[in-house]
Design a protein around this ligand. Structure first.
Ligand code: LLP
Length: 429
């Protein structure tokens, strides 16, 4: 059965009880009945557990975990994490506003990344008093110098350096090679730090790096950190006060049958790889995990509308689609799909699980062996807590799904299902 449904020493987010899939202690058929489908369901306990496990793995090294808001920006999740003293990694003025909305004082623990910050976004972040800007080009540095001088607010900055280390992941989400648009080449960084140090309102404070996402091996993180540590040493010896190292995010999770250590072990190995090169540098470490905190905590519930077969190929047409979860279409990503009510049969059908959208790319799984599911039956698409809801769209004029947060037996709606009125608001004819 799906690995997420198998306990790993702590209660899993999704588990069968009497052949019915539950999120914590809430039966999924009840949630589907009450809130409709497609429906995103998250386990609050799992998110908290994973955050604490992540944080604990770095004890012994001064650090702040800055959850990467883009993975899942729902206000309820941000508020819950802020309550655990989590910081945040944002990449837009919108994400910053979300953080401020969820927890007024959390801005002090915000790092602002991204290759294209606008003047308005910089101003908002300067006014909010964020912890640090991760600057990605010389032009951006000049813009930040200008905005901070105009507002008379000091901007703490790190350059995001590109360490040129390869990491095995999907090419769309690898970021640490010299041909990528991200960061500044590590060899060119020294000169930029010299320039930044001459700006009155800029405060050189750190070095940051992010080599990509869904990286399951810890070695590339260690290799990147070796290069960063070298740079920090050089900068410090040239009189720059480098107090922060931002190691970015990217630790991968297990989506399929791939062998990965249990989460606590995996993060420990990650922490060791990241911190070892930094010992003795006197820096405070920032971490930007997204997926590894929320990914396994969420599932997308969909209902089977129709079964059909074309020339011997079988399809389950469900009511969720690529606008609700684009990972399979965009990255060829694998997500485990399980029936919400487990049938008592060994039989498996080989099916494509597809949505109603007019694109051949609108699928959740291809040639997947699934137990027989009737029309009207429910499926859970697992490990969709990260980059699920956050990359939804209204393609085909489909309102976005609702989101529900479960804690024990209790479930509460943390985002209402969109309505057609929501979609049409703002359009003019
Ligand atoms: N920090 C920076 C600067 C990032 O660009 C990202 C992710 C993170 C942190 C968080 O990475 P994580 O820990 O979640 O891997 N949509 C893709 C993933 C895109 C990741 C973008 N940046 C997916 O669905 O796989």
């Amino acid at each position: 059965m799906s690995k997420s449904a198998v306990p790993e020493g702590r209660p899993p987010a999704f588990v069968y009880r009497h052949e019915v899939l539950h999120c914590e202690r809430a039966p999924l058929p009840d949630l589907a009945q009450k809130h409709g489908t497609p429906l995103y369901v998250y386990s609050a306990t799992t998110i908290r557990d994973r955050y604490r496990t992540f944080d604990r793995a770095f004890r012994g090294f001064p650090h702040t975990v800055c959850y990467s808001v883009k993975a899942n920006p729902n206000l309820a999740l941000l508020k819950m994490l802020a309550g655990l003293r989590c910081g945040f990694d944002v990449v837009s003025g919108g994400e910053l506003q979300r953080v401020q909305h969820a927890a007024r004082k959390a801005a002090r623990r915000v790092v602002f990344s991204g290759v294209g910050k606008t003047a308005e976004e910089m101003d908002a972040a300067l006014r909010a008093g964020i912890l640090m800007f991760n600057v990605e080009s010389e032009s951006e540095m000049a813009a930040l110098a200008e905005r901070s001088a105009r507002l008379k607010k000091r901007a703490r900055l790190a350059f995001r350096v590109n360490p040129d280390v390869p990491a095995e992941t999907h090419p769309y989400i690898a970021t640490g090679l010299h041909q990528h648009k991200f960061g500044v080449p590590i060899d060119a960084a020294r000169r930029l730090y010299e320039r930044a140090a001459r700006e009155k309102w800029l405060e050189v404070a750190g070095v940051s790096v992010h080599i990509g996402s869904q990286i399951t091996s810890v070695e590339p993180f260690g290799a990147a950190m070796e290069r960063v540590a070298e740079l920090v040493r050089a900068l410090q010896s040239h009189g720059h006060c480098i107090r922060y190292v931002d190691a970015g995010g990217g630790l991968g999770i297990r989506y399929d049958a791939q062998e990965l250590p249990e989460f606590a072990e995996h993060v420990k190995a990650f922490a060791k790889a990241v911190t070892r090169p930094l010992r003795g540098l006197g820096v405070h470490l920032l971490l930007e995990p997204g997926r590894s905190i929320v990914g396994p905590a969420g599932a997308l519930l969909v209902r089977v509308l129709y079964r059909k077969s074309n020339n011997g190929k079988s399809f389950l047409v469900v009511d969720g689609a690529m606008n609700d979860l684009i990972r399979p279409a965009l990255y060829g990503a694998h997500h485990e799909i399980v029936p919400v009510v487990r049938p008592h049969v060994e039989e498996r059908d080989i099916v494509d699980v597809v949505g109603p959208i007019c694109e051949t790319g609108d699928f959740f799984a291809r040639d997947r062996a699934l137990p027989p599911v009737e029309e009207g039956g429910l499926l859970a698409i697992l490990d969709t807590g990260a980059y699920g809801m956050s990359i939804t769209s209204n393609y085909n004029t489909r309102p976005r799904a609702a989101e529900v947060l479960v804690e024990g037996k209790r479930a509460r709606v943390i985002r209402k299902r969109e309505t057609l009125e929501d979609l049409l608001r703002g359009e003019v004819q």
